[in-house]
Design a protein around this ligand. Structure first.
Ligand code: GLC
Length: 746
C-alpha cells in the first residue's frame, strides 16, 4: 500500500463527466441511511460523544472521521468502510493542520506578516505532504476570518485586519494545501473557515454574536472567502456564532445565496464542531430534529460530530419534511471529492511513509525560511541590531525564552510533541564560544485556564508558582542579567493565551513581564526584546525604552534559529504588520481602513476620541523596519482620468538607500473622496515585497481596475464602481506619505 506516485504512474484525472457518472452510479446503489451517512462526520477521539466510530462506519453511517491522528488506526477504520460497509465508500480523515503537521511553520498571522504569498503557499504544501503521509485527507484550514479586534484570541489563526492582504493569503494557502490536482497523493483538501464574520464578535469575545451590515460583510469579511473559492477550495466550514441573529450553520444567506448562487461554489460545507446540535443551545432551533432540518435546508452538507443528521434526517424524509433528493444534493459534492481524490482506487496509506517524508531536510529548511520572512523589526534605535558575533556574555531572560510550546504556537495537531528550537537554543547555537546564560523569571499563565488544557490528551498543567517562588525567579533573572554584557528578553504570551477560547480584555504583557523588563532595563545594559505572541500586544513602555524590538510571533519548529539569524544579521528582517497594534485593549476594535467622519485626525476639528488617551496605534498596519533604509520616489499614474470600467497603472521607484541588502514591501493605498457611500480613508489595493541591493532602485507597477475600485454600496444595495476623485499613497506602511491622485469619470 502506498500513496506516493511512482514514476510513470498516471495521475487519476477523472473528468467532471466521469466524476458525475461515478457519483450518480454510487447514489443509485446506496440506501437512504448510507446517503445520510456521508453527511455525518464522526469524532475519532476519546472525548468525542456519540456511538462508537467503527460501528457507524460498518453500517455506512459515516462519511468522515475527525480528531484522530493515528496512521494505523486510519487504515483500520478505512478497511471497515471499504470492505465491510454496504457500499464500500472510503472515509475522509480530517484534522486541524493549521500551520504544520510535524514540521511546524509560523502561525498564519506570522505568515501574513511576510507579505509574501509564497510563504503560506510553500509552508502549507509541506504541511499537506506530511499530513497526507500520515493518512489525513482534509485539513480544517485556511482560517480566513478578518480580525480587527486584537482581544479576539483567534486573530492568531488568520491573516489580520485587511481584506486585500487576507484574500492574497487565502488563495496562497489553498494552493499550498491542494495544489492544482486533487488526485495528487501529496495534497489534502482545504477548508475555508469560519464562514463568516466570526472575527467581529462583540468585544472580541470568542463565540459571541456578530452584527455586521451587508456592506461590512461584502467589503471586509467576505473577500478572503471569495478568493478561496476562486482558488478552488474544496470545502468550507460554517462558523459557530450568530450572524445578525442567524447562526452561520443555519444561514441560507451565507450558505446558499452567497456561497453557491453568487460564487458558484461546488464543494461541500461542514459545520464547526457540534454546531448543528448547538442550534438548540443558541436558542435558534426548537430541538435537535429542528436543528437538523434547518442545517440541511440552509445548505449545510456535513454535521461535525453532533449526530443530529443520522438521528433525524431519515425520519424527516419519512415525514415529508425533506426529500431524498435534498439528501442526495448534500451528498453529491462529498462523493465527488472522494472520486476526484482517487480514494476509491487508493483508500489506504503506507504506514512507513510519514517518517520518510518528515525526514526530508527541505521541510525544516522551509520552516526556517518562512519564520525568517515572517518576523517584523519594530524598533532598532542606535543600530543595536544586528548584534556582534564576538559577544562573550549574553543573558537570555523570560518565561518564553526556552518554551517549545510557545515557539511552535497555537493549534498543534492532536498528539504532537513540541520539538521547536527555542530562542535560547537558537542563540546558543549561534554563539558557540560565548557564555549564554538563561533565567525564565516568574511564570505566566492564564487567569482562567483554557478548556483545551483538559481536552488535549497528554496536557498536564503544572501547579501554579507561588508568589514567593515567583519573586525568587524574578530576582534570579535580574541577577542573571546583571552578570551579562547584553540581554535578550523573550516575552509575550504562551501558546494557550491566543487561539480558540482565548480572548482577553487586556493586551498588556501578562504577569510580571513588564515589571521584569523595567528592572532589567534599570541595569543599564543593552537590551533586545523578542516578542513571542499570537496577537498584537500593547508594549507601550518597551516601545519607548527598549532600543531593539523584534516581533517573532509564534515562529514554529525553527523559530529559535530564525530569531538568531535575524538578531546576528545573517538575515535582514523584511516583515510588515498585518494588524494594527492598539495602545490598550479597550481601544479595540482598531484598524486603519476606517471612515473619515466629520472630525478626522489631523484636522482642526479633530476631537480626541477618548479624553484619557488617543487611540492612535502603537504600530500601524503595514509597519516594519529593516537593517537598511529605503526611499520611495517618482510616483506616477498612467492617466489623470479613466472612465468607469477602465484601468490605470501606478508606478513608483523604490531605492535601497542603506548599506546592506534588504527587502521592502511597497504598499499602495487608495481613498475615494466621495461616492454613493462614504469610503475608508485608506484601503490597501496593491503590495509587492522586493529585494534590493544597496543603492539599487526598482520600479514597481500596480494596476487599478474595476476589481480594485468597486465596492458594495449600502445606498444602492449592490456592487458599484462610480465616477469620483481618488487619492493614492504608496510607501512602506499604511501611513505612507507619497501622494498622487486621479479621477474616474462617468
Ligand atoms: C473547533 C474550531 C474549528 C476546528 C474544529 C475542529 O472548535 O472552531 O476551527 O476546525 O473545531 O477541530
Amino acid at each position: 500500500m502506498t500513496n506516493v506516485m511512482k514514476p510513470g504512474m498516471a495521475r487519476i484525472f477523472p473528468s467532471s463527466t466521469e466524476v458525475n457518472e461515478r457519483v450518480e452510479a454510487l447514489l443509485k446503489r446506496m440506501s437512504l441511511e448510507e446517503k445520510i451517512g456521508q453527511l455525518n462526520q464522526v469524532g475519532g477521539a476519546e472525548f468525542s460523544p456519540g456511538p462508537k466510530a467503527e460501528d457507524q462506519i460498518r453500517r455506512g453511517g459515516a462519511g468522515s472521521v475527525l480528531w484522530l491522528n493515528n496512521t494505523t488506526r486510519f487504515n483500520e477504520l478505512q478497511k471497515i468502510a471499504v470492505e465491510e460497509s454496504p457500499s464500500g465508500i472510503p472515509l475522509l480523515f480530517a484534522l486541524d493542520v493549521i500551520h504544520g503537521y510535524r514540521t511546524i511553520f509560523p502561525v498564519p498571522l506570522a505568515m501574513a506578516s511576510s507579505w509574501d504569498p509564497a510563504v503560506p503557499e510553500k509552508s502549507q504544501s509541506v504541511a499537506a505532504r506530511e499530513a497526507r503521509a500520515a493518512g489525513l485527507h482534509w485539513t480544517f484550514g485556511p482560517m480566513l476570518d478578518i480580525a480587527r479586534d486584537a482581544r479576539w484570541g483567534r486573530i492568531v489563526e488568520g491573516a489580520g485586519e485587511d481584506p486585500y492582504l487576507g484574500a492574497a493569503m487565502a488563495a496562497a494557502q489553498v494552493r499550498g494545501f491542494q495544489g492544482d490536482d486533487l488526485s495528487d497523493p501529496e495534497r489534502v483538501l482545504a477548508c475555508a473557515k469560519h464562514f463568516a464574520g466570526y472575527g467581529a464578535a462583540d468585544g472580541g469575545r470568542d463565540y459571541d454574536p456578530v452584527y455586521l451590515s451587508e456592506a461590512q460583510l461584502r467589503n471586509t469579511y467576505l473577500p478572503p472567502f471569495e478568493a478561496a473559492v476562486k482558488a478552488g477550495v474544496a470545502t468550507f466550514m460554517s462558523a459557530y456564532m450568530d450572524l445578525n441573529n442567524v447562526p452561520a450553520s443555519a444561514n441560507r444567506f451565507l450558505l446558499r445565496q452567497v456561497l453557491r448562487q453568487e460564487w458558484g461554489f461546488e464543494g461541500f460545507v461542514v459545520s464547526d464542531a457540534f454546531a448543528v446540535g448547538n442550534l438548540v443551545i443558541q436558542g435558534h432551533a426548537r430541538d435537535r430534529r429542528d436543528a437538523a432540518l434547518r442545517g440541511l435546508k440552509a445548505g449545510l452538507n456535513m454535521d461535525m460530530s453532533s449526530y443530529t443528521y443520522p438521528e433525524n434526517l431519515a425520519s424527516l424524509v419519512a415525514d415529508g419534511a425533506l426529500s431524498e433528493a435534498e439528501i442526495e444534493e448534500m451528498a453529491r459534492p462529498i462523493l465527488a471529492l472522494k472520486v476526484k481524490m482517487g480514494l476509491f482506487e487508493q483508500p489506504y496509506v503506507n504506514e512507513n511513509l510519514l517518517e520518510q517524508v518528515v525526514a526530508r531536510p527541505e521541510h525544516r529548511q522551509m520552516a526556517r525560511w518562512a519564520a525568517q520572512r515572517s518576523m517584523v523589526l519594530l524598533r532598532n534605535e542606535g543600530g543595536l541590531l544586528p548584534l556582534k558575533k564576538d559577544l562573550q556574555k549574553v543573558a537570555v531572560i523570560g518565561p518564553l525564552a526556552d518554551s517549545m510550546e510557545s515557539t511552535e504556537g497555537s493549534w498543534m495537531v492532536f498528539g504532537h510533541k513540541p520539538a521547536a528550537v527555542t530562542v535560547l537554543q537558537g542563540i546558543r547555537a549561534r554563539l558557540t564560544g560565548a557564555q549564554v546564560t538563561y533565567a525564565p523569571g516568574p511564570e505566566i499563565r492564564r487567569d482562567i485556564p483554557s478548556w483545551f488544557e483538559g481536552a488535549m490528551a497528554g496536557f498536564t498543567s503544572k501547579p501554579a508558582q507561588t508568589p514567593e517562588e515567583g519573586e525568587a525567579a524574578f530576582q534570579a533573572a535580574v541577577e542573571t542579567a546583571r552578570a551579562a554584557e547584553l540581554v535578550v528578553m523573550v516575552l509575550g504570551e504562551t501558546d494557550l493565551m491566543a487561539g480558540e477560547a482565548a480572548s482577553r480584555a487586556s493586551l498588556d504583557l501578562p504577569g510580571r513581564q513588564e515589571e521584569l523588563l523595567k528592572a532589567v532595563a534599570g541595569l543599564g545594559k543593552p537590551i533586545v526584546l523578542v516578542l513571542l505572541n499570537g496577537r498584537p500586544l500593547s508594549v507601550n513602555w518597551a516601545a519607548e525604552h527598549i532600543p531593539a524590538i523584534l516581533e517573532a510571533w509564534e515562529p514554529g519548529s525553527e523559530g529559535g534559529h530564525a530569531v538568531a539569524d535575524i538578531l546576528f544579521g545573517d538575515v535582514n528582517p523584511g516583515g510588515k504588520l498585518p494588524v494594527s497594534f492598539p495602545r490598550k485593549g479597550s481601544h479595540a476594535p482598531l484598524y486603519y481602513a476606517r471612515n473619515l467622519t466629520h472630525s478626522p485626525e489631523g484636522s482642526p476639528m479633530y476631537n480626541p476620541r477618548y479624553w484619557d488617551g488617543l487611540p492612535v496605534p502603537l504600530y500601524p498596519f503595514g509597519y516594519g523596519l529593516s537593517y537598511t533604509t529605503f526611499e520611495f520616489s517618482n510616483l506616477k499614474v498612467s492617466a489623470p482620468q479613466v472612465k468607469v470600467g477602465g484601468s490605470l497603472a501606478v508606478s513608483v521607484d523604490v531605492t535601497n538607500s542603506g548599506k546592506v541588502t534588504g527587502d521592502e514591501v511597497a504598499q499602495l493605498y487608495i481613498h475615494q473622496r466621495w461616492g454613493s457611500d462614504s469610503r475608508p480613508l485608506r484601503e490597501l489595493k496593491g503590495f509587492e515585497r522586493l529585494k534590493l541591493q544597496p543603492g539599487e532602485t526598482k520600479t514597481v507597477t500596480f494596476h487599478l481596475g474595476p476589481d480594485e475600485l468597486r465596492y458594495w454600496s449600502t445606498n444602492t444595495g449592490g456592487w458599484i464602481q462610480e465616477a469620483a476623485a481618488f487619492d493614492i499613497w504608496v510607501g512602506a506602511d499604511s501611513m505612507a506619505k507619497l501622494h498622487a491622485d486621479f479621477e474616474i469619470v462617468g
